[in-house]
Design a protein around this ligand. Structure first.
Ligand SMILES: *Cc1c(COP(=O)(O)O)cnc(C)c1O
Length: 424
């Protein structure tokens, strides 16, 4: 399809968009009384309108039933989290028994490292990407130190080549081979938060396992964004948050994947609590730990129901729409955004550069040559919600659930005006 950078063309794409009715299913913030152009669904997704009811239902049950709500509310709290496993398994390409919802992301990665980072003898190193998300870096450092190793020796970062903005799969595979028998764990962000690069998770997982290591994925920027096949790729474990592309609210519950192969095994250690025990005998309050036979064995506390209620609302929408339709619109709207950026770039003469490689999901990261914070501030003041990463990169994620093609067109016009005004 030949794109045009015009309002009429953008509106025509919107008319043909099978997901267009979902735009009205979300609350948009306003700037100067006007609905914003929202590019930060990769950071905090918008609130679906239906979420309020899911939360209100819990509040009402608590008000009217109090403790009885654990068993007698319409959606009883004692196994509320189980309702999320099936729809979530579809989003991440897993079997239902491999998925659970609990805690928050970094906490879950720590808990999964208890099970899958068990350095011993020669095998103690972790491979990750350079400049991983800060929380992941702190996690690696603290885990390695906890086990008595030196982070500068035990953490092996795969670097990008000089002058390149992305990692090459061949470099990652080579590093895995090099570290070889010293490799205990490969743990990488499936979609890089800074550039939006999508890693070749199938190839990396295969290589890591061939080297005798465990392979896990931080899917914060991947879940609800790209196609995932955790089971088929045979990853050992993964975790993700629910508040980015999954629109489940600030700081909300995290999901985990634990490969079926690791369930019901006594040789895999785990930090345990009462919600990981068999439901049938949980309330007998026995001293022995009898694990659930699915990923719920990793549950520890009774779940934060008010925090998973928005996740259930969001998953209902993912069930209605399906990842295939989301990915189809995502591809098209990102392509259109890229086209609009290229058109504007011609008009303002090479001010910016898209640093996101072609292996990408919803996000384009744009390097603004010679422009700094003033341009970013201009965008925000004019109703374009984007985010800024040092030194001068803006990240643009047109989430397919609620962004429109018309948004992309208007954004281009605002950007052009901002560049011209700021250059003076
Ligand atoms: C967003 C994000 C996190 C956030 O971790 P929390 O524990 O939810 O605060 C972690 N890792 C990556 C890669 C992220 O993008």
């Amino acid at each position: 399809m030949t794109f045009q950078n015009s309002l009429e063309f953008a509106q025509e794409l919107d008319t043909k968009d099978p997901l267009r009715k979902y735009r009205d299913e979300f609350h948009f913030p306003k700037v100067d009384g006007k609905q914003v152009i929202y590019f930060t669904g990769n950071s905090l997704g918008l609130q679906p309108k239906r979420t309020q009811k899911f939360v209100d239902d819990v509040m009402t049950d608590w008000k009217e039933l109090a403790v009885e709500g654990h068993f007698y509310s319409k959606k009883p709290w004692w196994d509320y989290h189980e309702m999320l496993a099936e729809p979530l398994a579809r989003v991440v390409g897993a079997k239902i028994n491999e998925v659970s919802v609990m805690n928050t992301l970094t906490i879950n990665l720590h808990l999964l490292m208890v099970s899958f980072y068990r350095p011993s003898g020669k095998r103690y190193k972790i491979i990750c990407e350079e400049k991983a998300f800060p929380s992941d870096q702190y996690m690696f450092q603290s885990q390695v130190k906890f086990h008595g190793y030196d982070p500068s020796d035990a953490i092996v970062e795969v670097t990008k080549r000089d002058g390149e903005h992305h990692w090459r799969t061949e470099d990652i595979l080579k590093k895995i081979e090099e570290v070889g028998e010293e490799l205990a764990l490969v743990l990488i962000g499936g979609v890089n938060y800074y550039s939006g690069q999508v890693f070749d998770m199938a190839a990396i997982t295969k290589a890591g396992k061939a080297a005798g290591a465990f392979v896990g994925w931080d899917l914060a920027h991947a879940v609800g964004n790209i196609e995932l096949k955790l089971h088929d790729w045979d990853a050992d474990f993964a975790a993700w948050c629910s508040y980015k592309y999954m629109n489940s609210g600030p700081g909300n519950a995290s999901g985990v994947f634990i490969n079926e192969r690791h369930l019901n095994r006594k040789d895999i250690p785990r930090f345990e609590g009462w919600w990981g025990t068999k439901k049938e005998t949980r309330f007998l309050m026995k001293p022995e730990f009898e694990p659930m036979e699915n990923a719920d064995a990793w549950q520890i506390s009774n779940p934060a129901i008010l925090s998973i209620a928005p996740y259930l609302a969001s998953l209902e929408m993912f069930e209605e729409v399906g990842m295939d339709a989301l990915i189809m619109k995502r591809n098209q709207i990102v392509k259109y955004l890229e086209f609009v950026l290229e058109e504007i770039d011609k008009e303002v003469e090479g001010t910016f550069e898209i640093i996101t490689p072609k292996d990408r999901g919803c996000q384009l990261s744009v390097f603004l040559h010679g422009h700094g914070r003033p341009l970013f501030d201009y965008l925000m003041k004019n109703g374009v919600i984007t985010d800024w990463r040092e030194p001068n990169v803006i990240r643009l994620a047109p989430a397919p659930f609620y962004c429109s093609y018309e948004d992309m067109y208007h954004f281009g016009q605002i950007l052009k005006k901002g560049i011209l005004e700021n250059a003076q």
